[in-house]
Design a protein around this ligand. Structure first.
Ligand SMILES: Nc1ncnc2c1ncn2[C@@H]1O[C@H](COP(=O)(O)OP(=O)(O)OP(=O)(O)O)[C@@H](O)[C@H]1O
Length: 267
């Protein structure tokens, strides 16, 4: 990342925006992202699309701090997050899910949710000996939050099932639930509909809309363009690592440049 903070003051003023500025990233000398910049509302529903290999997952990783960018800045809800670790970005309110759900197969659904809760007092030995009451209270809070999410995501009936036994769609819901455990302001969702049957796609879309209505925003990478465009208010398009277009789903999908990038115009 660059050392000087151009635009840092803007980041502080933009309390309701995710601002991505000049992100570039190479792997072994191969440029994957080139000077990508856009901004979306923290509390809104936005999509990030592009053909296979466009750089969407890499961009997600740079925004969420799982990989460092070679250049560029990330402003979020009035803070400059550039250079912060992935954990600190989660603490700042930025949650994320992965293309391949990272649930613990040998833990139950409920345990998976509890394990996603941030900064648990019991992690520190000193708390175990000197603050047992605090640990009990925190465990009760986590259990209550997990129950709330299990009910909301319609996962209560599989709460005590091992996550390894869930369907693809249920795993996606559990991954969404894990992101919700940290009480984020915005969630970066990587392919929530991939490998999910159409009925569950509709259910996941309904849940996302309900969560967004409660003020938590989404930036969603997704190849299922009909389902995504029915859900989001705006789309960012990247192709070969560069910003190609942005606008409402109708504007973006009618754009000849976007149609050309996708399968030579067969969107
Ligand atoms: N760790 C890595 N090392 C080397 N190359 C990588 C690495 N991660 C990604 N790439 C390359 O970067 C490019 C962009 O990959 P990325 O997964 O970000 O694209 P994507 O738009 O998410 O693709 P898809 O839609 O197929 O998931 C690809 O050419 C990929 O092979």
């Amino acid at each position: 990342m660059t050392g000087s903070p151009p635009g840092a003051a803007d980041h502080r003023r933009s309390v309701d925006q995710l601002i991505v500025e000049g992100i570039s990233k190479s792997f072994g000398g191969v440029r994957v992202l080139t000077d990508v910049g856009f901004s979306v509302p923290v509390g809104g529903l936005s999509g990030l699309i592009g053909p296979n290999g466009a750089g969407k997952s890499t961009l997600f990783s740079v925004i969420s701090g799982f990989q460092s960018g070679d250049a560029g800045r990330v402003g979020f809800a009035g803070r400059d997050l550039t250079g912060l670790s992935a954990v600190d970005r989660v603490r700042a309110g930025m949650g994320r899910t992965f293309q391949v759900p990272r649930v613990f197969a040998s833990l139950t659904v409920r345990q998976n949710l509890a394990a996603a809760a941030p900064g648990q007092a019991g992690e520190h030995l000193i708390d175990v000996f000197f603050r047992p009451g605090r640990i009990r209270r925190q465990e009760a809070d986590i259990a209550a939050r997990a129950d709330e999410i299990l009910g909301f995501l319609n996962l209560a009936r599989v709460a005590d099932t091992l996550a390894g036994g869930l369907s693809g769609g249920q795993r996606k819901l559990l991954e969404l639930g894990r992101a919700l455990m940290v009480r984020p302001r915005m969630i970066l969702l990587d392919e929530p509909f991939a490998g999910v049957n159409p009925v569950l796609i509709d259910e996941i879309a309904v849940r996302i809309r309900e969560i967004a209505a409660g003020g938590i925003g989404f930036l969603i990478v997704e190849h299922n363009l009909p389902s995504l465009s029915a859900l989001v208010e705006r789309m960012i398009v990247i192709d070969r690592g560069r910003l190609l277009a942005q606008g409402t789903p109708a504007e973006v999908l009618a754009d000849p440049v976007v149609r050309e990038a996708y399968m030579g115009g067969a969107v």
